[in-house]
Design a protein around this ligand. Structure first.
Ligand code: ROI
Length: 163
C-alpha cells in the first residue's frame, strides 16, 4: 500500500529530528521509503491563547508498505517515543510528530485513527510538501490535491534550500 506520512518537529534540533525520522521510516519492516519532500520551516499553529512555540520543521514522506494502517501507527508511535516524544498538553511543542496522512485511497475512522488526517485540509505545512511529491493524487473526500494546493496560501511557510 502507498502511504503518506507527515513529519513535524519544533524541539531539540528539529531538522536533525526530521532527518533521523526519515531514516527510521526507511528501516520499518515490510516498508520502503520511496520519496520525501524538501524540509519546510513553518510558524507554529497553536491553540488560541497558548504560549508561543518555536517554528516547526515539516516534511512529507511517501512509503510503500505491507503494514496495515493500525500496524503502521504503532510503529510511528515507537519512532516518536524513541526520539524523546513526551506527550504533555494538546497541541504542545514536540521533538517529533508522525501522522498518517493518507493510506492508499482508504478512509479509516476508528478510535485511534482518522484517515485522511482530519486536519490535513487546514494545514499549509502538510498540503504543500505533499503536493511537492504527489502532485497528481486525489484525496478521499477532498478531491484533487492540485486544486487544494492552489487554494492554500503560504502564510508562515517556506521551503528550506538544502544545497
Ligand atoms: N504547527 C506547525 N507549523 N507544524 C506542525 O507540524 C504542527 N504540529 C502540531 C501543532 C502543535 C498543531 N502545530 C504545528 O501538532
Amino acid at each position: 500500500m502507498m502511504a503518506f506520512i507527515g513529519l513535524g518537529s519544533n524541539l531539540q534540533q528539529p531538522k536533525q529530528q526530521v532527518l533521523k525520522a526519515l531514516q527510521s521510516l526507511n528501516n520499518l519492516p515490510e516498508t520502503n521509503l520511496l520519496q520525501n519532500s524538501a524540509l519546510y520551516q513553518s510558524a507554529a499553529l497553536t491553540l488560541p491563547d497558548s504560549a508561543p512555540q518555536n517554528d516547526y520543521i515539516n516534511a512529507v514522506a511517501r512509503l510503500d508498505t505491507l503494514l496495515s494502517a493500525e500496524q503502521l501507527l504503532i510503529h510511528l508511535q515507537a519512532i516518536e517515543n524513541a526520539q524523546g516524544r513526551v506527550r504533555t498538553e494538546k497541541w504542545g511543542a514536540r521533538t517529533l510528530d508522525l501522522d498518517i496522512l493518507l493510506y492508499g485511497d482508504e478512509t479509516v475512522a476508528s478510535e485511534n485513527l482518522t484517515i485522511p488526517h482530519a486536519q490535513l485540509k487546514f494545514r499549509n505545512f502538510v498540503i504543500h510538501p505533499l503536493f511537492e511529491i504527489a502532485g497528481d493524487i486525489n484525496i478521499p473526500g477532498l478531491g484533487s490535491l492540485a486544486q487544494l494546493a492552489e487554494q492554500t496560501g503560504w502564510t508562515g511557510l517556506s521551503k528550506i534550500q538544502m544545497d
